[in-house]
Design a protein around this ligand. Structure first.
Ligand SMILES: Cc1cc2nc3c(=O)[nH]c(=O)nc-3n(C[C@H](O)[C@H](O)[C@H](O)COP(=O)(O)OP(=O)(O)OC[C@H]3O[C@@H](n4cnc5c(N)ncnc54)[C@H](O)[C@@H]3O)c2cc1C
Length: 372
C-alpha cells in the first residue's frame, strides 16, 4: 500500500514553504534537513524582491511577478502564524547609473520593460537623489521599480520553519542519501536513520540537490554559484531601499545595517569569504553611496546559489511518478518562495497550478532519451 506521507528533502525557504502549504492542505508532511532549517543559501540572501532588475519579459518574469504579487499577504500570513516579524519592506528598488556608459543601457531596458507593461519609472540623477539622499552625486539617472520590496531572509527562514511546524509539518534532522524509486515511482527516501516511505517526495535540497541519489535530473542540472556579502552598520540609517548598479547591490535594513553584495563565483562548495570578494562588494557599495565608506563592517559570509544551466528554477513533477522539484532558484529564491510554495504544493496535491510550470519542468534540461 502506498504511504500518504509527503517527504520534503531540505528545509530552506523552498522546503519550508512547500511544507507549509501541504500541511495546511491536511497532508502528512515530513521535512528532512541535515543541518539547521534555513541555515544555508536561504539565510545568506540579500532578500531583494525584484523581478524588474532580474528578469526580462517572458515566462520567468511572469513567475517572478506572480510571486511578488503574493509577497505582502505571504509576509502577513507567515508573521501571523509564527508570531515573528520578517522585515518585509516595501518602497521600491532603484537601479542606478553612475556613468555615461551605463545610462543608455538603462534607458533601453526601461523602454523594453515599459513596452511589456512593467511598472518602471525613469528618473534623472536629481530625482533619484531626492528619493535616496545617500546616493552618490555621480548618479546620472535611475530606473525606479515602485512595487518592488525586500525582506530579511534570516528572520523569514526562522518564521517559515515555525509556521510550517505549527501547521503540522514534522521536521526531522539528518541527511537524505537518496530517493527510493520502484517501478518508475518515488516510494520514499533513504535517510541516515533508515528508510522512510512516502507517497510523494519533493526535492528542495538547493545547491546540494545533485548529491541526493535518484534525483532524476541530468548531470549538471544544479550547481553551486558562490556569493559573498559584507554587512555595514550605518547610524542613523543612510539608505531606505534596495539600490542596484551594474556591479551589484546594497540592501538596507530598517535598523541601519546595509548588506553589500554580491559575487557570482564558480568555486564549488568552498564556503569562504575572500579578500577579492570583499573588495568587489565594498567598492561597489561605496561607489553607490559614498557615505558608506565610514561605516564599520560588522559581518561577512558566503553561501551557494542553486544555479541551473539556463538560470531558471526547476519546479513541479519530473519523469518519475511521485517525485517533485522545488530547486534551482539561483538568484531569486527569496522572491520566488511564495509562488514556489503555492505551485509545487498544488502539483503534489494533483490540483491545477497557479502558473504554468511547463517552462520550469526538469524535462527542458534532459537530453532526450527513450520513455520509461
Ligand atoms: C549571497 C546570496 C545572495 C542572494 N540574494 C538573494 C536575493 O536578494 N533575493 C533572492 O530572491 N534570492 C537571493 N539569493 C538566492 C536565494 O538565497 C536562493 O535561491 C534560495 O535561498 C534557495 O532556497 P533553497 O531552499 O532551495 O536552498 P537552501 O536554503 O540552500 O536550502 C536547501 C537545504 O537543503 C538541505 N539539504 C541539502 N542536501 C540535503 C540532504 N541530502 N539531506 C537533508 N538536507 C539536505 C541544506 O542543508 C539546506 O538547508 C541569494 C543567494 C546568495 C548565496
Amino acid at each position: 500500500m502506498r504511504s500518504d506521507v509527503v517527504v520534503v528533502v531540505g528545509a530552506g525557504l523552498q522546503g519550508c514553504g512547500v511544507a507549509l502549504r501541504l500541511a495546511q492542505a491536511g497532508r502528512d508532511v515530513v521535512v528532512l534537513e541535515r543541518s539547521i532549517p534555513g541555515a544555508e543559501a536561504s539565510s545568506a540572501a540579500g532578500g531583494i524582491l525584484s523581478p524588474g532588475v532580474e528578469a526580462e519579459p517572458g515566462p520567468f518574469y511572469h513567475l517572478c511577478e506572480q510571486s511578488l504579487a503574493r509577497w505582502r499577504s505571504f509576509a502577513e500570513e507567515v508573521e501571523r502564524l509564527s508570531g515573528t516579524w520578517i522585515g518585509f519592506r516595501a518602497g521600491g528598488t532603484l537601479e542606478v547609473s553612475l556613468d555615461d556608459r551605463f545610462t543608455p543601457v538603462l534607458a533601453g531596458r526601461a523602454t523594453q520593460l515599459a513596452r511589456a507593461g512593467l511598472d518602471v519609472e525613469v528618473l534623472d540623477g536629481e530625482a533619484a537623489r531626492r528619493l535616496e539622499p545617500g546616493l552618490s552625486p555621480e548618479t546620472r539617472g535611475a530606473l525606479y521599480f515602485p512595487t518592488e520590496a525586500s525582506v530579511d531572509p534570516r528572520l523569514l527562514g526562522r518564521a517559515l520553519h515555525a509556521a510550517a511546524a505549527r501547521a503540522g509539518a514534522r521536521f526531522v534532522q539528518g541527511q537524505v542519501r537518496g530517493i527510493a524509486l520502484e517501478g518508475g515511482r518515488a516510494t520514499g527516501v533513504d535517510h541516515e536513520s533508515g528508510r522512510i516511505d512516502a507517497g510523494a517526495v519533493v526535492l528542495a535540497a538547493g545547491a546540494w540537490s545533485m548529491q541526493v541519489e535518484g534525483n532524476g535530473l541530468p548531470a549538471g542540472a544544479v550547481r553551486p554559484v558562490r556569493g559573498q556579502i559584507a554587512v555595514l552598520d550605518t547610524r542613523p540609517p543612510l539608505l531606505s531601499r534596495v539600490i542596484f548598479s551594474d556591479k551589484g547591490y546594497v540592501v538596507p535594513r530598517p535598523d541601519g545595517r546595509v548588506l553589500c553584495g554580491s559575487t557570482m563565483e564558480e568555486a564549488g562548495f568552498e564556503k569562504a569569504v575572500t579578500a577579492g570578494g570583499l573588495l568587489r562588494v565594498l567598492e561597489l557599495a561605496v561607489e553607490v553611496a559614498p557615505g558608506l565608506a565610514a561605516a564599520p563592517v560588522v559581518e561577512t559570509w558566503s553561501n551557494f546559489r542553486p544555479a541551473t544551466p539556463d538560470g531558471l528554477p526547476i519546479l513541479g513533477p519530473g519523469r518519475d511518478g511521485g517525485l517533485f522539484y522545488a530547486t534551482g532558484h539561483y538568484r531569486n529564491g527569496v522572491l520566488l518562495t511564495p509562488i514556489t510554495a503555492d505551485a509545487v504544493s498544488a502539483a503534489v496535491l494533483g490540483r491545477s497550478t497557479p502558473v504554468d510550470l511547463a517552462p520550469f519542468g526538469p524535462a527542458r534540461l534532459a537530453p532526450r532519451g527513450p520513455p520509461r
